[in-house]
Design a protein around this ligand. Sequence first.
Ligand code: IMP
Length: 224
Amino acid sequence: MKSNKPLYGNNNLIRTLFKRERRLKLTKSSFPRGKVAFFVTSNVHKFMEARLVFAEYKIAAALLRVPVQELQDDNIENIAKASAREAAEKTRLPVIVEDTGLFIPALDGFPGPYSNYVYRTIGTKGILKIMRDSSQRKAYFRSIVAYCDPKGALECFEGKAEGKITRKERGSSGFGFDPIFEPLSGNGKTFAEMATKEKNEHAHRAKAFKKFAEWYVSAFRRRF
Ligand code: IMP
């Protein structure tokens, strides 16, 4: 198995905590919860979005690259939970995993839990093509953040962003379906026309991470 040391975002707090862990010979499972969150993802954009939210709550974010299987399921909550359980077992750390789906009601919710596959195959251009003749352009992103500790305790947090599918790709920031998704509250901009901070003001993932951060701080921080 790969080292569990954070590969990214190892700012001063995280370095200090790792030093303290070595000095006190703490086990990994007694790592200071409520102050550090281990986000298992290979997506740096997702990590940057999470890191901005966590900064508001004075939580240091660490990115862990741990290979986990993505379950195929009709429900993104089940996918996130299964990945979080696997990552917690592999790392022996309290971890968070996040899973998102893009849901288009005019296509009966497609691509939903299959968004990753659809993005990798037909991509944004394919979605625009399928929707070429559709005047019903409503869509939403749904995000689930799943937290799991090595003892198996599991918590889920949800965030949703309502919006519409544009007629053309616009913008070059962000990732995935960002250039074709215009959030309702975003003054006509697509996510890809926003910097990360602005995207976070409207986005599904930031909403889910805020709920997680509030719970994480209130559940654990008073112990330290
Ligand atoms: P994932 O399985 O959570 O990584 O997300 C499924 C697919 O949705 C990914 O392949 C991304 O391309 C896309 N996606 C996830 N989150 C976002 C987002 O915030 N904006 C645009 N596309 C996203």
